[in-house]
Design a protein around this ligand. Structure first.
Ligand SMILES: [Zn+2]
Length: 203
């Protein structure tokens, strides 16, 4: 009887430890696909920034099989959502991280590469900057485009999110090399996988 009690105690202890550790490992990330609806964002012929952002957002969701990574989205498919509505949603959740997905455009068609923005006006600036510095290196390792580095900008989502928040400009629609990559199935999968691996390493 005494032994049975010990075994039961052990089982309860193990279950408690594994419950606590699995709770700790859960990470919540808001994926904010830029633009949507009547707001196209950047445009090159029939290619629209809003569609690329949505497509990569969907790939991140599809690639995620880890139940400890909780992904939430500021928009479903091609819907217009006000910036204030997005940050209200974000601040009601208080996620571990916000990733705002965008694609760049420039009159100078030689401008190319990916870059990450953070806001020094954010309450979570330090953490945002630390995460951006890490993510930009992951991009450099996995994405065959130029690394333009981490920059600061007073973007609405970055400034008003009460959580670490990064804006990823994943390449230039106006640059041929970038455009071919960010519109390709392989390129989009590589970007989505790089983001997901980064999130997974935050646990
Ligand atoms: Zn944009």
């Amino acid at each position: 009887m005494k032994n049975l009690f010990k075994v039961l105690l052990l089982v309860v202890a193990f279950a408690t430890v594994s419950f606590i550790s699995s709770e700790k490992e859960t990470i919540t990330v808001v994926i904010d696909a830029g633009h949507g609806g009547h707001d196209f964002g950047g445009k090159h012929d029939y290619l629209l920034e809003k569609d690329l952002a949505n497509s990569i957002s969907k790939k991140i969701e599809a690639l995620n099989s880890d139940k400890n990574i909780k992904l939430l989205f500021t928009r479903d498919d091609d819907k217009f959502v006000e910036l204030a509505e997005r940050t209200n949603f974000i601040n009601s959740i208080k996620p571990d991280l916000v990733l705002s997905l965008h694609v760049n455009q420039n009159k100078n068609i030689t401008a190319s590469g990916f870059e990450i923005f953070v806001s020094d006006k954010s309450v979570a600036y330090e953490k945002s900057n630390e995460l951006a510095q890490k993510l930009v290196l992951d991009f450099e390792k996995n994405i065959p485009l130029k690394n333009r580095g981490v920059k600061t900008a007073p973007f609405w989502i970055l400034k008003n999110s009460e959580a670490p928040a990064l804006t990823l400009e994943m390449g230039f629609l106006s640059n041929t090399t970038d455009r071919e990559y960010i519109t390709s199935e392989e390129g989009q999968n590589q970007i989505a996988q790089t983001i997901l691996n980064f999130v997974s390493n935050l646990k």
